[in-house]
Design a protein around this ligand. Sequence first.
Ligand code: 4FV
Length: 273
Amino acid sequence: MKFLFVTLFPEQIEQAASHSILQRAASKGLIKVSCINPRDFTHDVHRTVDDSPFGGGAGMVLKPEPMVAAIRKAKEQLPNARVIAMCPGGRTLKQSIVEEYAHSGQDFIFVCGHYEGFDERIFYWVDEKLSIGDYVLTGGEMPAIIVMDAISRFIPGVLGKIESAEEDSFRTGLLEYPQYTRPVNFEGMEVPEVLRSGNHALINSWRLKQSLKATLALRPDLLSAEQKELLTGRLPYKMKKSERRFYEELRAEIAAEQEKRASAEVKEDEANG
Ligand code: 4FV
C-alpha cells in the first residue's frame, strides 16, 4: 500500500516512518511512504505558500496554487489513490473507517495543512476531509501519520505473527479486556487466576465480562441497545441457560462493584467532612 503525503514538513513524516513497525513494513515493501512539498511548486524568491486571509482575521491561510500543484503531482504518481485532507472539519476517524480504508485496496494521498488551514478552493481536488478529533493542532502531519499507522496494522505481514489487527479494541465494538504478562505477582498484585487456568472457555468468558464492564463504565456510547438491556435492563425470558448464567453473574459483579464504589465515595466524603 502506498502513502503519499502532501506536506510542508516531509522530515516529520520520514521521522515517523523510520521507527518500529512502520519502518519494518517499509523495509519489507508492505508500505511505501513518500512526500511532495508544496513549497517546491512556488515560483517566488521567498517560496511563499501562505497568505493573509481575505476578510481579515488572525493567522495565515495556505495558498491554493502550490497546494493544488502538489496534489496534482501526487495524483499523477498515484492515480487510484484516495485524496484525504486532514482538518478538524472532517468526519472523525474511528476503527470502522480505518477498516473501510484498509480493505478498500486503494493507496492514500494525505493533504496536510498548517497555520489557519487551507484556502477553501483546495478541497475541489480532495475526495474527503478527515479529522482525528475535536481539537486544533499545529499541523496535519501527525493526524495523517496516525491514519497511516492505523491502516497499516491491517496489511498482512505488518503486525508480527502473534499480533493481529483482527482482535483490536473496537473491533468487537467493545473496549479491550485487561492484559497481563509475567511476573504472576508484581508488588503484591496477582495476575487473575482464571488467566493462568489454561481453561480457554473460562478465559474467553472472563475477557468478555471485562470488556463489557469496562465499556459500560467508560464508553456506554459504544454499547448496542441490546447489550445495554442485557447489562442494565431486563433479561429476555427466552435465553440459553449458559447465556443467562453469564449475564446474571456479570450483572451481579457490576452491582457489587458499583456498591463498592458507592460506599468508598461515602467513606471519602465522611473523611473529607
Ligand atoms: C486536525 C485535526 C487539525 C488545523 C489547522 C492543522 C490543524 C491546520 N487535522 N484532525 N484535529 N489540523 O487540527 O486532523 O490545518
